[in-house]
Design a protein around this ligand. Structure first.
Ligand code: SAM
Length: 373
């Protein structure tokens, strides 16, 4: 495969975090930040590298050149020019996701059918359609077609399962945060492993585990499979080399990383997850009001209950919990940098701390990401 145009997708609002991360991964060719991701030029090795190493990208796509199409025959002609044989073997089913806006071609099912025809023209016979979210013997190849103002862009997914699925979180607990969002917040807060870290309400342990992976320089994708492994162009030797390099790059953590939760079940789940992620984190059962840390300074990041996802919490109790959290920030953590996700502004106010705030979506809910001002 020659030079490719690649797109790493990210949760909207975290494009700058992704851009910085890609820069650190050596991605510097024709880089363009766009809403929802970053586009760049690269080779197959860059595609593998970003899938293996990005902590914040949700998936990586190959973007084919945009073309104009306002008839089905134009669509079929241009889509037949895509080198499908590089991504599909004869029995690979395809999952074609189509969006059409302000265009002559507006019927998404008909567009998907024509893309199947185009693949058939190129490959000899048309692939079957399948849903990539439904488990089957062969992982369907996801293809994303976007037609906006008659301009069509066809992208090919290289990741398969979204990248938050690192493979370590067997036990997700009550209201887990996605691994990619947890890592994005850590990096936005400036966590780089050179400080102690704690999450005093850690649930299944996602923040401390992601922090430990950053601190020890563990590649987040080293223990999972990717869609590109099913492509005829899959370079097994190159992937093995990247994995071996990633193994060599692992280093010991310089500072302690810990998590607390009052729920013993959550602590047990967090311990299991950390073991599966091959990282050392000190998890302990403790109520927030009793949390004690040995370090004078460090970084704290937590996802507080919102009262919407973790049921039963009355709003009065929640305000009290946020007030207790604020008190802990002023006392036990007075010298620490911190960030937290709050359910809403009123709850954030209950901490009585001077805060910088921005809205961040978590699991379909609007939350407030607060940082020390
Ligand atoms: C939204 S969940 C955190 C989810 C976590 N970030 C994850 O990825 O799994 C909030 C956690 O706060 C814990 N919690 C609630 N009140 C607490 C308190 N007073 N002291 C300690 N932990 C508390 C709950 O047990 C729950 O695990």
């Amino acid at each position: 495969m020659s030079r490719l145009r690649l797109f790493a997708a990210v949760q909207p609002g975290f494009e700058p975090v992704l851009k910085d991360e890609l820069w650190r991964l050596g991605i510097n060719q024709n880089v363009k930040v766009q809403p929802g991701g970053v586009e760049f030029d690269g080779m197959l090795s860059h595609l593998y590298r970003v899938n293996l190493w990005s902590r914040v990208a949700t998936r990586v796509l190959i973007r084919n050149e945009q073309f104009f199409a306002n008839t089905f025959s134009e669509l079929v002609t241009r889509a037949s020019q895509i080198p499908w044989e590089q991504y599909l073997i004869l029995n690979t089913p395809v999952d074609i996701r189509v969006t059409c806006r302000k265009s002559r071609l507006y019927h998404s099912d008909a567009v998907a059918e024509r893309v199947v025809t185009a693949i058939g023209n190129r490959m000899g016979f048309p692939p079957t359609l399948a849903n990539s979210e439904v488990a089957g013997p062969v992982k369907p190849q996801q293809i994303i077609v976007r037609i906006v103002r008659d301009k069509c862009q066809i992208s090919i997914d290289s990741s398969g399962d979204h990248l938050h699925k690192r493979g370590y979180r067997g036990n997700a607990g009550k209201a887990p945060i996605r691994e990619t969002l947890a890592a994005s917040l850590l990096l936005e807060l400036g966590y780089d492993g050179s400080q102690a870290f704690v999450d005093p309400m850690c649930g299944s342990g996602t923040f401390p585990i992601e922090a430990a992976m950053i601190a020890t320089n563990r590649a987040p994708g080293a223990n999972r499979k990717f869609q590109f492994m099913h492509w005829p162009t899959y370079d097994f030797a190159l992937w093995q080399k990247l994995l071996a390099d990633a193994e060599t790059a692992v280093k010991p953590a310089q500072n302690p990383i810990g998590g607390f939760d009052r729920d013993q079940g959550a602590v047990a789940a967090a311990q299991e997850n950390a073991a599966a992620a091959h990282v050392n984190v000190d998890f302990a059962q403790s109520a927030l009001s009793a949390v004690l840390v040995k370090q004078d300074s460090g970084m704290l990041l937590s996802n507080l209950p919102y009262g919407k996802r973790v049921g039963n919490s009355k709003s009065r109790d929640l305000r009290d919990l946020y007030a207790t959290f604020g008190y802990a920030l002023e006392t036990e953590f007075s010298n620490w940098t911190y960030g937290f996700l709050a359910g809403n502004h009123e709850l954030a106010n209950a901490t009585r701390q001077p805060l910088e705030r921005r809205t961040v979506e978590n699991g379909g809910l609007k939350t407030i990401f607060c940082q020390k001002k």
